[in-house]
Design a protein around this ligand. Sequence first.
Ligand SMILES: *[C@@H]1O[C@H](CO)[C@@H](O)[C@H](O)[C@H]1NC(C)=O
Ligand SMILES: *[C@@H]1O[C@H](CO)[C@@H](O)[C@H](O)[C@H]1NC(C)=O
Ligand SMILES: *[C@@H]1O[C@H](CO)[C@@H](O)[C@H](O)[C@H]1NC(C)=O
Ligand SMILES: *[C@@H]1O[C@H](CO)[C@@H](O)[C@H](O)[C@H]1NC(C)=O
Ligand SMILES: *[C@@H]1O[C@H](CO)[C@@H](O)[C@H](O)[C@H]1NC(C)=O
Length: 439
Amino acid sequence: MAASNQNILFSTLLLLFLIAPASFAQQSFRPKALVAPVSKDAATLQYVTRINQRTPLVPLSLVLDLGGQFLWVDCDQNYSSSTYRPARCNSAQCSLARAGGCGDCFSAPRPGCNNNTCGVTPGNTVTSTATGGEVAEDVLSVDSTDGSNPGRVVTVTRFLFSCAPTFLLEGLASGVSGMAGLGRTRIAFPSQFASAFSFHRKFAICLSSSTTSNGVVFFGDGPYVLLPNIDASQSLTYTPLFINPVSTASAYTQGEPSAEYFIGVKSIKVDDKVVTINTTLLSIDSEGFGGTKISTVNPYTVLETSIYTALTEAFIAEAAARNITRAASVAPFGVCFSSENVLSTRLGASVPTIYLVLQNENVYWSIFGANSMVQVSEDVLCLGVVNGGEKPRTSIVLGGYQLENNLLQFDLATSRLGFSSLLFGRRTTCANFNFTSNT
Ligand SMILES: *[C@@H]1O[C@H](CO)[C@@H](O)[C@H](O)[C@H]1NC(C)=O
Ligand SMILES: *[C@@H]1O[C@H](CO)[C@@H](O)[C@H](O)[C@H]1NC(C)=O
Ligand SMILES: *[C@@H]1O[C@H](CO)[C@@H](O)[C@H](O)[C@H]1NC(C)=O
Ligand SMILES: *[C@@H]1O[C@H](CO)[C@@H](O)[C@H](O)[C@H]1NC(C)=O
Ligand SMILES: *[C@@H]1O[C@H](CO)[C@@H](O)[C@H](O)[C@H]1NC(C)=O
């Protein structure tokens, strides 16, 4: 009797084991890293990623916002999901989101409008507009990766985000439904993915310069393999990341430290010449002014006026020494050149190299022609930086054009940035991730 009971138990277990593997495996499969494509929108120069959300799943295009605080999506248009859950006041979700207050909504309940919910302030960082939005959770799904290809799709069943009204999309690329924040908050993508799948709080972006082939964002640690089999995580230079104690978006996040990523530029060189600048502007002061941040929502690097003037003068002088002559400027750029005496090299136009010197003289971020010169017409190239005026909040905002085809890895736990330098030097590009699934 005992034996047969054991047999029954055994058969039941065996049966469970045989029936369950699909769902069991789904639950227990723990990805090492995740991957999503990033395209460059030709009209706005914004970088757009794609992720699936809701039940049933809907593919969403979202503007990638490196310093953004969280995911926000338009909930007023077409949000339909059986798994949408508003965050109830004083819940753990509200505290994770650092969401204050307790709100009611005086119309029929729908996603974005529920009673007894906490709210945050989603912001459109392209237009610097912000508003109130309900904190909520819904299913989110994304591809896992072994670093070389997309693998099996994985799901976060309760991914925290904020709803926003449709008007917050104004100024964003056509077809997008919100912004994907990768900032250093507990509910931005890197931290939510890291806690959902117990991997390192690391992520990497590799922006493509092409508007027709995708760049890539990885969540989790490397390898980050680009064709032809080049692991870009193997050749990174590291520099500390700094926290700005005051949010640069202080109008809507008062008293919070900034979610953005700052690095410590100590000086700037053009070729071997040091550019004379007011170094006070390079550090972040107690009010949060100054310093250097990395941004994916600025298409080009923005420099405080005195830095802009000093850098462009140095660049013009070095270019002149190479017989590269000025041409009339083409907005938004102030400094353009005839392409007549400019040779093409593997690293782009052969022009003076700009070096951002970091923690010491031996650690620098090199900006070669491919990242400095923008071809505005057949025979005119412009230096891809713009004048940010006097007293901007941040003295140097490194923009998208300067980041393209460089792999950047952000490590939140150690507060460190790894940067690859221009991948053309390694005979690959950010458009070379193999998006063919290997499952
Ligand atoms: C709403 O969703 C439907 C079905 O997914 C889609 O065809 C339509 O384009 C969407 N409309 C808007 C405004 O996003
Ligand atoms: C919120 O509560 C008020 C008052 O009880 C009610 O009139 C309103 O319809 C409710 N709104 C939602 C979205 O449930
Ligand atoms: C350098 O910049 C700081 C911060 O804007 C300013 O207070 C200071 O006057 C500047 N120094 C010089 C020499 O211009
Ligand atoms: C620049 O042009 C001058 C005059 O045409 C020439 O003598 C000189 O060699 C050129 N310099 C370079 C670096 O090409
Ligand atoms: C991309 O990955 C797929 C799946 O592993 C593979 O079959 C294909 O050969 C790869 N493409 C290239 C160009 O290596």
